[in-house]
Design a protein around this ligand. Structure first.
Ligand code: SAM
Length: 206
């Protein structure tokens, strides 16, 4: 109520998904006590589970109605995927660390969220084998939104991603139009980097 609703998230389906998703199950035991605080937490492999408000904001921007096929790039703990699973028809999520992917799969299975498919690999190029997607959400900081990933959006598709330098990004919402793409800037944010062929190659690059 205080961290998400009071800060302007009004989509009732999104709020309901947050109310019913046990965030503490996605957080390592030594950080569990802080699960419901509004900040990111470490999940191992140098990665984080994102701040709940930002997860809610990015989710709301996708305006899901329940029929969509969604791609998430950056599974991490699987928490964002669990929220998406309750709001869309099918979710594909890509993670570069096998150990995180495996843990996320088991958490999602324990919650009986069978419509999430977790892939291990470099998601910086999207996931062409499952394209097109109605929505794409990149949950790691990209130097830019790769054209190759935008092209995996179907008609009227929406993509949201933090885009910018390694240490500061702007949340960008892209919409596919009949003759190209439209971009809207939503909020400044800070995410861990999107590594890989179309992301960052060196994690310490500025
Ligand atoms: N959405 C996640 C959650 O709900 O816990 C948080 C994502 S965390 C901020 C970013 C994740 O993106 C990390 O787990 C990181 O390993 C992953 N990542 C970074 N570059 C990637 C790439 N090229 N392909 C797939 N995953 C990547």
């Amino acid at each position: 109520r205080n961290q998400i609703e009071a800060r302007g998230i009004h989509d009732e389906r999104v709020l309901q998904a947050f109310r019913t998703t046990p965030r503490h199950l996605f957080v390592p035991k030594d950080h569990m006590a802080a699960s419901y605080e509004d900040h990111p937490l470490p999940i191992g492999s140098g990665q984080t589970i994102s701040q709940p408000y930002i997860v809610a904001l990015m989710t709301e921007q996708l305006a899901l109605i329940g029929k969509e096929k969604v791609l998430e790039i950056g599974t991490g703990s699987g928490y964002q995927a669990a929220i998406l699973a309750q709001l869309a028809a099918e979710v594909h999520s890509v993670e570069r660390f096998e150990i995180l992917a495996r843990k996320a799969r088991s958490t999602l299975a324990a919650l009986h969220l069978a419509n999430v498919h977790i892939h291990v690999g470099d998601g910086s190029m999207g996931w062409p084998a499952e394209a097109p997607f109605d929505c794409i959400i990149i949950t790691a900081a990209a130097p830019e939104v790769p054209q190759e990933v935008l092209e995996q959006l179907g008609a009227d598709g929406r993509l949201i991603a933090p885009v910018g330098s390694r240490y500061r990004q702007m949340l960008e919402l892209w919409t596919r139009l009949p003759n190209g793409f439209e971009k809207e800037e939503i909020l400044p944010v800070v995410f861990v980097p999107l590594m890989g062929k179309l992301g960052w190659q060196d994690p310490n690059e500025p």
